[in-house]
Ligand binder design. Structure first.
Ligand code: SF4
Length: 343
């Protein structure tokens, strides 16, 4: 049987019409599915029992569930979510002053094999369907209200996977999260992070994407970036820069640059100068992220002196720089640490 959330609105209207129901029922069902995050037909209490029966005779709900929850000393909480086919992804809730940010996954595993990333070691398993991305949001939003007494205020698509390699599902998921007839979140509170898929960035620009865009850059040196991020082979720094110029021209938005400092790999003053040259054609905010070692890490955290010198170069060039401490380090929920061996 087909999952009710895999049909579009017109198909739902046709189904209801064929079953002798009034057209306005479609809006009610749709609201339950995409605004209230219903996970069963029984919850749809303003529908008649007979309509709920017709729906459940013809459609299923293939829902995700939380199978593990681990809390960090800093109150970050990591979740293991299981989908109906048994595949697992991780999501993270990060509370901070007056807000709760959800870091959500977009694929099971990831095909990009960044050398510093634990998820990359899993390889690619499959894309998430947009309804599964919404499941992540609904499940974590419920937990956020239970444990932090607050709904999710911000979403970052920085969990497992490369969102721009799952483009159509991600655009539908974002439309559902931000649509006024759906969850109604502000696009300004959603950030999509990419390793630099040139074609996808141009496609976002052409859609006049209203959410935040973050680039996991990590090096502006072509040789170094190719070594630590194989995605650079087909998406050169030159093409990436041109795509970001195009993106800024089309949307007028500032771009966030994520830069993981790796000791003696990308943390020299020369590397900082290369970074400023890369960023010069468009406005940016640069987030410097401290590296978190995992048990089999090939890289090390940059020492404080190298980090200060690196940041000083950026600041001399008038770049906006934030130094970010990754949250949830003790539960492997920090950047680059999400991995499941059991998929
Ligand atoms: S850093 Fe992101 S893009 Fe790179 S392997 Fe990890 S999940 Fe994939």
């Amino acid at each position: 049987m087909n999952d009710i959330r895999n049909i579009n609105f017109d198909q739902l209207v046709s189904f209801l019409k064929e079953n002798g129901e009034k057209p306005f029922r479609a809006k009610q069902v749709w609201t339950w599915l995409w605004k209230r995050g219903a996970s069963s037909f029984e919850e749809m209490t303003d529908l008649s029992v007979s309509l709920r029966q017709k729906l459940s005779d013809n459609y299923t709900f293939q829902h995700a569930e939380i199978v593990e929850e681990v809390s960090s000393r800093d109150k970050t909480t990591k979740y293991l979510l299981r989908f109906s086919d048994g595949k697992l992804v991780e999501g993270v809730l990060i509370p901070s002053k007056g807000r709760v940010t959800a870091c959500l996954s977009t694929q099971v595993g990831c095909p990009l094999h960044c050398a510093f990333c634990a998820t990359g070691t899993m390889g690619f398993i499959r894309n998430l369907h947009y309804s599964e991305v919404i499941d992540e949001f609904v499940l974590l939003n419920n937990r956020s209200q239970e444990i932090y007494n607050q709904r999710i205020t911000n979403i970052v698509f920085m969990g497992m996977g490369e969102p721009l390699l799952n483009f159509d599902n991600m655009m539908t998921a974002i439309d559902i999260l931000t649509g006024q007839d759906y969850f109604g979140l502000s696009p300004a509170r959603i950030t999509l992070s990419t390793a630099g898929i040139v074609k996808g960035i141009k496609a976002l620009a052409d859609r006049n994407f209203r959410c935040g865009l973050a680039i996991s850059l990590h090096s502006a040196d072509p040789m170094v970036r190719r070594a630590i991020m194989p995605v650079t082979e087909r998406n050169s720094l030159h093409d990436l820069q041109a795509a970001l110029v195009y993106y800024h021209e089309k949307t007028g938005e500032r771009i966030t640059i994520e830069y993981l400092l790796l000791s003696k790999v990308n943390d020299s003053e020369k590397a900082a100068e290369q970074l400023t040259r890369f960023c010069r054609p468009f406005p940016v905010k640069i987030n410097i992220i401290e590296y978190n070692s995992t048990s089999d890490s090939l890289f090390y955290k940059s020492d404080p002196t190298r980090r200060q010198n690196f940041v000083a170069v950026l600041e001399r060039c008038n770049m906006v720089v934030n130094i970010r401490q990754s949250k949830g380090q003790d539960i492997a929920a920090a950047c680059g640490q999400l991995v499941r061996q059991t998929n």
